[in-house]
Design a protein around this ligand. Structure first.
Ligand code: NAP
Length: 324
Protein backbone atom coordinates (compact mmCIF):
# COMPACT_ATOMS: atom_id res chain seq x y z
CA UNK A 1 0.00 0.00 0.00
CA UNK A 2 1.29 3.45 -0.93
CA UNK A 3 1.92 5.86 1.93
CA UNK A 4 -0.61 8.68 2.24
CA UNK A 5 0.60 12.28 1.99
CA UNK A 6 -1.16 15.60 2.50
CA UNK A 7 0.41 18.64 0.80
CA UNK A 8 -0.80 21.92 2.26
CA UNK A 9 -0.34 24.15 -0.81
CA UNK A 10 0.11 24.07 -4.55
CA UNK A 11 3.75 23.09 -5.21
CA UNK A 12 5.83 23.02 -8.44
CA UNK A 13 4.63 20.29 -10.82
CA UNK A 14 7.95 18.41 -10.92
CA UNK A 15 7.99 18.05 -7.14
CA UNK A 16 4.37 16.93 -7.08
CA UNK A 17 5.00 14.30 -9.78
CA UNK A 18 7.85 12.78 -7.75
CA UNK A 19 5.55 12.35 -4.77
CA UNK A 20 2.70 10.96 -6.89
CA UNK A 21 4.97 8.23 -8.27
CA UNK A 22 5.23 6.59 -4.85
CA UNK A 23 2.51 8.04 -2.65
CA UNK A 24 -1.22 8.51 -2.49
CA UNK A 25 -1.56 12.29 -2.56
CA UNK A 26 -4.14 14.72 -1.26
CA UNK A 27 -3.44 18.42 -1.74
CA UNK A 28 -4.80 21.86 -0.81
CA UNK A 29 -4.37 23.12 -4.33
CA UNK A 30 -4.79 26.80 -3.64
CA UNK A 31 -2.12 29.48 -3.85
CA UNK A 32 -4.11 32.34 -2.36
CA UNK A 33 -5.24 31.06 1.03
CA UNK A 34 -3.64 28.64 3.48
CA UNK A 35 -5.43 25.38 4.16
CA UNK A 36 -8.21 26.11 6.71
CA UNK A 37 -7.55 24.53 10.09
CA UNK A 38 -10.64 22.30 9.98
CA UNK A 39 -9.59 20.90 6.58
CA UNK A 40 -6.02 20.33 7.81
CA UNK A 41 -7.30 18.53 10.91
CA UNK A 42 -9.43 16.19 8.77
CA UNK A 43 -6.70 15.57 6.20
CA UNK A 44 -4.01 14.54 8.70
CA UNK A 45 -6.09 11.79 10.32
CA UNK A 46 -4.83 9.03 8.03
CA UNK A 47 -1.63 10.44 6.56
CA UNK A 48 1.88 9.02 6.89
CA UNK A 49 3.48 12.30 5.81
CA UNK A 50 2.62 15.98 5.93
CA UNK A 51 4.25 18.31 3.40
CA UNK A 52 3.84 21.65 5.18
CA UNK A 53 4.45 25.38 4.74
CA UNK A 54 5.54 27.97 7.30
CA UNK A 55 1.91 29.13 7.50
CA UNK A 56 0.68 25.79 8.91
CA UNK A 57 0.67 25.40 12.69
CA UNK A 58 1.80 21.82 13.31
CA UNK A 59 1.02 21.76 17.02
CA UNK A 60 0.14 19.18 19.65
CA UNK A 61 -3.56 19.27 18.82
CA UNK A 62 -2.88 18.51 15.16
CA UNK A 63 -0.32 15.78 15.80
CA UNK A 64 -2.69 14.17 18.31
CA UNK A 65 -5.14 13.65 15.44
CA UNK A 66 -2.46 12.28 13.09
CA UNK A 67 -1.93 8.83 14.56
CA UNK A 68 -0.01 7.48 11.51
CA UNK A 69 2.15 10.55 10.95
CA UNK A 70 5.83 9.69 10.48
CA UNK A 71 7.26 12.85 8.95
CA UNK A 72 6.54 16.56 8.68
CA UNK A 73 8.48 17.95 5.74
CA UNK A 74 8.48 21.76 5.98
CA UNK A 75 9.17 23.63 2.74
CA UNK A 76 11.18 26.33 4.57
CA UNK A 77 14.39 26.64 6.55
CA UNK A 78 12.52 28.10 9.54
CA UNK A 79 10.48 25.57 11.53
CA UNK A 80 8.98 27.78 14.25
CA UNK A 81 5.52 26.68 13.02
CA UNK A 82 6.15 23.13 14.29
CA UNK A 83 6.12 21.95 17.91
CA UNK A 84 9.41 20.01 17.83
CA UNK A 85 9.13 18.62 21.34
CA UNK A 86 5.75 17.06 20.64
CA UNK A 87 6.93 15.72 17.27
CA UNK A 88 9.96 14.06 18.86
CA UNK A 89 7.87 12.63 21.69
CA UNK A 90 5.54 11.08 19.11
CA UNK A 91 8.43 9.75 16.98
CA UNK A 92 7.63 12.10 14.09
CA UNK A 93 10.60 13.24 12.00
CA UNK A 94 10.68 16.95 11.18
CA UNK A 95 12.68 18.21 8.20
CA UNK A 96 13.41 21.63 6.66
CA UNK A 97 15.15 23.04 3.56
CA UNK A 98 18.33 24.80 4.74
CA UNK A 99 21.10 26.18 2.53
CA UNK A 100 19.36 26.12 -0.84
CA UNK A 101 17.63 29.44 -0.16
CA UNK A 102 20.46 31.32 1.52
CA UNK A 103 21.75 33.21 -1.55
CA UNK A 104 18.27 34.18 -2.77
CA UNK A 105 17.27 35.42 0.69
CA UNK A 106 20.56 37.33 0.98
CA UNK A 107 19.78 38.97 -2.39
CA UNK A 108 16.45 40.17 -1.02
CA UNK A 109 18.06 41.37 2.21
CA UNK A 110 20.47 43.45 0.14
CA UNK A 111 17.59 44.68 -2.02
CA UNK A 112 15.94 46.02 1.13
CA UNK A 113 19.17 47.67 2.26
CA UNK A 114 19.44 49.47 -1.07
CA UNK A 115 15.74 50.31 -1.33
CA UNK A 116 15.52 51.81 2.16
CA UNK A 117 18.79 53.73 2.06
CA UNK A 118 18.20 55.23 -1.38
CA UNK A 119 14.45 55.81 -0.78
CA UNK A 120 13.61 53.78 -3.86
CA UNK A 121 9.84 53.55 -3.44
CA UNK A 122 9.48 57.21 -2.40
CA UNK A 123 11.49 58.25 -5.45
CA UNK A 124 9.47 56.05 -7.79
CA UNK A 125 6.16 57.41 -6.42
CA UNK A 126 7.53 60.96 -6.71
CA UNK A 127 8.16 60.45 -10.42
CA UNK A 128 4.87 58.67 -11.16
CA UNK A 129 2.84 61.30 -9.30
CA UNK A 130 4.24 64.07 -11.49
CA UNK A 131 6.19 65.78 -8.71
CA UNK A 132 9.51 65.66 -10.60
CA UNK A 133 10.06 69.22 -11.77
CA UNK A 134 13.86 69.42 -12.02
CA UNK A 135 17.16 67.93 -10.82
CA UNK A 136 18.07 69.46 -7.49
CA UNK A 137 21.19 68.96 -5.31
CA UNK A 138 19.49 67.62 -2.19
CA UNK A 139 16.36 66.13 -3.79
CA UNK A 140 15.55 62.62 -2.46
CA UNK A 141 18.97 62.21 -0.96
CA UNK A 142 19.50 59.14 1.23
CA UNK A 143 22.24 57.13 2.91
CA UNK A 144 25.23 55.36 1.37
CA UNK A 145 25.51 51.58 1.46
CA UNK A 146 29.05 51.63 0.12
CA UNK A 147 31.57 51.93 2.95
CA UNK A 148 28.91 51.82 5.72
CA UNK A 149 28.95 49.58 8.80
CA UNK A 150 26.73 46.52 8.64
CA UNK A 151 25.66 44.74 11.83
CA UNK A 152 24.40 41.19 11.35
CA UNK A 153 22.44 39.67 14.23
CA UNK A 154 22.53 35.93 13.48
CA UNK A 155 25.62 35.15 11.41
CA UNK A 156 24.43 31.80 10.04
CA UNK A 157 24.00 30.59 6.46
CA UNK A 158 22.01 33.63 5.30
CA UNK A 159 23.94 36.07 7.49
CA UNK A 160 27.19 34.93 5.87
CA UNK A 161 25.70 35.26 2.38
CA UNK A 162 24.70 38.85 3.23
CA UNK A 163 28.21 39.53 4.58
CA UNK A 164 29.80 38.25 1.35
CA UNK A 165 27.72 40.75 -0.62
CA UNK A 166 28.64 43.50 1.86
CA UNK A 167 32.34 42.90 1.17
CA UNK A 168 31.74 43.93 -2.44
CA UNK A 169 30.30 47.20 -1.12
CA UNK A 170 33.40 47.72 1.02
CA UNK A 171 31.30 47.60 4.18
CA UNK A 172 32.69 47.22 7.67
CA UNK A 173 31.02 44.06 9.06
CA UNK A 174 30.04 43.49 12.70
CA UNK A 175 28.10 40.47 13.90
CA UNK A 176 26.49 39.04 16.99
CA UNK A 177 25.63 35.39 17.65
CA UNK A 178 25.41 33.36 20.84
CA UNK A 179 28.71 31.79 19.79
CA UNK A 180 31.68 33.25 17.91
CA UNK A 181 32.65 32.00 14.45
CA UNK A 182 36.43 32.41 14.03
CA UNK A 183 36.38 30.95 10.48
CA UNK A 184 33.82 33.53 9.36
CA UNK A 185 35.72 36.33 11.07
CA UNK A 186 38.83 35.39 9.16
CA UNK A 187 37.18 34.71 5.80
CA UNK A 188 34.86 37.73 5.74
CA UNK A 189 36.75 40.13 7.97
CA UNK A 190 33.71 40.27 10.25
CA UNK A 191 34.16 41.50 13.79
CA UNK A 192 32.31 39.90 16.71
CA UNK A 193 30.67 42.36 19.12
CA UNK A 194 28.17 42.29 21.94
CA UNK A 195 24.64 43.27 21.01
CA UNK A 196 24.89 46.79 22.47
CA UNK A 197 28.03 47.68 20.52
CA UNK A 198 26.51 46.32 17.31
CA UNK A 199 23.33 48.37 17.79
CA UNK A 200 25.26 51.55 18.59
CA UNK A 201 27.83 51.34 15.79
CA UNK A 202 25.96 49.91 12.80
CA UNK A 203 24.51 51.91 9.92
CA UNK A 204 22.53 48.85 8.78
CA UNK A 205 21.25 46.22 11.20
CA UNK A 206 20.15 42.96 9.59
CA UNK A 207 18.29 40.35 11.60
CA UNK A 208 19.01 36.80 10.49
CA UNK A 209 18.30 34.63 13.57
CA UNK A 210 15.70 31.89 13.76
CA UNK A 211 12.46 32.75 15.60
CA UNK A 212 12.61 31.12 19.02
CA UNK A 213 11.37 32.03 22.52
CA UNK A 214 14.82 33.61 23.02
CA UNK A 215 14.60 35.84 19.91
CA UNK A 216 10.95 36.84 20.41
CA UNK A 217 10.97 40.65 20.77
CA UNK A 218 14.78 40.75 20.51
CA UNK A 219 14.50 44.24 19.00
CA UNK A 220 12.29 46.46 21.15
CA UNK A 221 12.22 50.06 22.36
CA UNK A 222 15.52 49.80 24.26
CA UNK A 223 17.41 48.34 21.30
CA UNK A 224 15.92 50.86 18.84
CA UNK A 225 16.95 53.71 21.14
CA UNK A 226 20.55 52.47 21.08
CA UNK A 227 20.69 52.71 17.27
CA UNK A 228 22.00 55.72 15.38
CA UNK A 229 19.42 58.27 14.14
CA UNK A 230 20.66 57.38 10.66
CA UNK A 231 20.44 53.61 11.19
CA UNK A 232 18.40 51.31 8.99
CA UNK A 233 16.83 48.12 10.35
CA UNK A 234 16.26 45.17 8.01
CA UNK A 235 14.28 42.09 9.05
CA UNK A 236 14.08 39.18 6.62
CA UNK A 237 14.02 36.53 9.38
CA UNK A 238 10.67 36.36 11.23
CA UNK A 239 8.27 39.12 12.27
CA UNK A 240 8.06 38.30 15.98
CA UNK A 241 11.76 39.13 16.45
CA UNK A 242 10.96 42.86 16.18
CA UNK A 243 8.39 44.59 18.38
CA UNK A 244 6.26 46.35 15.75
CA UNK A 245 4.78 48.98 18.10
CA UNK A 246 8.26 50.01 19.20
CA UNK A 247 9.44 50.06 15.57
CA UNK A 248 6.47 52.22 14.54
CA UNK A 249 7.32 54.78 17.24
CA UNK A 250 11.02 54.81 16.32
CA UNK A 251 10.28 55.34 12.61
CA UNK A 252 7.54 57.91 13.24
CA UNK A 253 9.76 59.93 15.64
CA UNK A 254 12.73 59.51 13.30
CA UNK A 255 14.75 57.87 16.07
CA UNK A 256 16.06 55.66 13.25
CA UNK A 257 16.20 56.47 9.54
CA UNK A 258 14.24 53.65 7.93
CA UNK A 259 13.30 49.98 8.05
CA UNK A 260 12.89 47.22 5.49
CA UNK A 261 10.65 44.32 6.46
CA UNK A 262 9.89 41.12 4.58
CA UNK A 263 8.22 39.52 7.61
CA UNK A 264 5.61 40.59 10.17
CA UNK A 265 4.24 39.53 13.54
CA UNK A 266 0.95 38.64 11.83
CA UNK A 267 0.98 37.73 8.16
CA UNK A 268 -0.50 39.02 5.97
CA UNK A 269 -0.14 42.41 7.68
CA UNK A 270 -3.50 44.26 7.42
CA UNK A 271 -3.35 46.99 4.78
CA UNK A 272 -4.57 49.58 7.32
CA UNK A 273 -1.69 48.76 9.72
CA UNK A 274 0.00 51.88 11.14
CA UNK A 275 3.43 50.75 9.89
CA UNK A 276 2.27 50.85 6.26
CA UNK A 277 1.44 54.56 6.57
CA UNK A 278 5.11 55.46 7.11
CA UNK A 279 7.22 56.74 4.18
CA UNK A 280 10.43 55.41 5.76
CA UNK A 281 9.30 51.78 5.73
CA UNK A 282 9.69 49.38 2.81
CA UNK A 283 7.40 46.39 3.30
CA UNK A 284 7.35 43.15 1.31
CA UNK A 285 5.02 40.11 1.50
CA UNK A 286 7.49 37.47 2.84
CA UNK A 287 9.26 36.86 -0.48
CA UNK A 288 12.80 36.26 0.83
CA UNK A 289 13.37 32.99 -1.04
CA UNK A 290 10.93 33.70 -3.87
CA UNK A 291 12.91 33.05 -7.03
CA UNK A 292 11.54 30.40 -9.40
CA UNK A 293 14.78 28.42 -9.23
CA UNK A 294 15.08 28.50 -5.45
CA UNK A 295 11.44 27.73 -4.72
CA UNK A 296 11.64 24.75 -7.12
CA UNK A 297 14.83 23.54 -5.42
CA UNK A 298 13.21 23.92 -2.00
CA UNK A 299 10.14 21.97 -3.14
CA UNK A 300 12.33 19.14 -4.48
CA UNK A 301 14.44 19.05 -1.32
CA UNK A 302 11.28 18.83 0.79
CA UNK A 303 10.20 15.87 -1.38
CA UNK A 304 13.55 14.14 -0.89
CA UNK A 305 13.41 14.65 2.89
CA UNK A 306 9.89 13.29 3.02
CA UNK A 307 10.52 10.21 0.87
CA UNK A 308 13.73 9.30 2.72
CA UNK A 309 11.89 9.51 6.02
CA UNK A 310 9.02 7.40 4.68
CA UNK A 311 11.61 4.80 3.61
CA UNK A 312 12.82 4.63 7.22
CA UNK A 313 16.08 6.40 6.40
CA UNK A 314 17.63 9.44 8.05
CA UNK A 315 16.48 12.32 5.83
CA UNK A 316 19.21 14.75 4.72
CA UNK A 317 17.74 17.68 6.66
CA UNK A 318 16.40 16.14 9.84
CA UNK A 319 15.77 18.88 12.42
CA UNK A 320 14.85 16.83 15.51
CA UNK A 321 17.84 14.49 15.33
CA UNK A 322 17.01 13.06 18.77
CA UNK A 323 13.95 11.39 17.22
CA UNK A 324 16.27 8.69 15.82
P1 NAP B 1 21.13 29.49 10.52
O1 NAP B 1 22.17 29.08 9.55
O2 NAP B 1 20.71 28.53 11.58
O3 NAP B 1 21.64 30.85 11.21
C1 NAP B 1 21.02 31.42 12.30
C2 NAP B 1 22.07 32.16 13.13
O4 NAP B 1 21.40 32.83 14.21
C3 NAP B 1 23.12 31.24 13.74
O5 NAP B 1 24.40 31.69 13.38
C4 NAP B 1 22.89 31.36 15.25
O6 NAP B 1 24.15 31.32 15.92
C5 NAP B 1 22.21 32.72 15.39
N1 NAP B 1 21.32 32.80 16.56
C6 NAP B 1 20.41 31.89 16.98
N2 NAP B 1 19.81 32.32 18.10
C7 NAP B 1 20.37 33.54 18.39
C8 NAP B 1 20.18 34.48 19.43
N3 NAP B 1 19.31 34.25 20.41
N4 NAP B 1 20.91 35.62 19.40
C9 NAP B 1 21.83 35.84 18.43
N5 NAP B 1 22.06 34.97 17.41
C10 NAP B 1 21.33 33.84 17.40
O7 NAP B 1 19.78 29.90 9.78
P2 NAP B 1 19.62 30.51 8.30
O8 NAP B 1 19.50 29.41 7.32
O9 NAP B 1 20.63 31.57 8.11
O10 NAP B 1 18.15 31.16 8.46
C11 NAP B 1 17.89 32.12 9.46
C12 NAP B 1 16.39 32.41 9.55
O11 NAP B 1 15.99 33.18 8.44
C13 NAP B 1 15.49 31.17 9.47
O12 NAP B 1 15.33 30.55 10.74
C14 NAP B 1 14.19 31.71 8.92
O13 NAP B 1 13.26 31.96 9.95
C15 NAP B 1 14.59 33.01 8.24
N6 NAP B 1 14.34 32.98 6.78
C16 NAP B 1 13.46 33.88 6.23
C17 NAP B 1 13.24 33.86 4.86
C18 NAP B 1 12.27 34.81 4.21
O14 NAP B 1 11.57 34.41 3.30
N7 NAP B 1 12.20 36.04 4.61
C19 NAP B 1 13.91 32.94 4.04
C20 NAP B 1 14.80 32.06 4.63
C21 NAP B 1 15.01 32.09 6.00
P3 NAP B 1 24.27 30.86 17.44
O15 NAP B 1 23.59 29.54 17.53
O16 NAP B 1 25.74 30.81 17.70
O17 NAP B 1 23.59 31.91 18.26
Amino acid sequence: MKPKVFITRKIPAEALEKIKEVCEVSIWNNEDVPVPRDVLEKEVVEVDALYSMLTDAVDEQLMEKAKNLKVVSNMAVGFNNIDLKVATKRGIKVTNTPGVLSETTADLTFTLMLATSRRLLEASDFLRQGEWKTWSPMLLTGQDVYGATLGIIGMGRIGEAVARRAKGFDMNILYHNRSRKPGTEEELGAQYTDMETLLKESDFICIMTPYTPETHGLIGEKELQLMKKTAILINTARGGIVNEDALYKALKNEDIYAAGLDVFENEPIPTDHQLLKLPNLVALPHIGSASIKTRTTMANLAVENMLQALNGKVPPNLVNTDVM
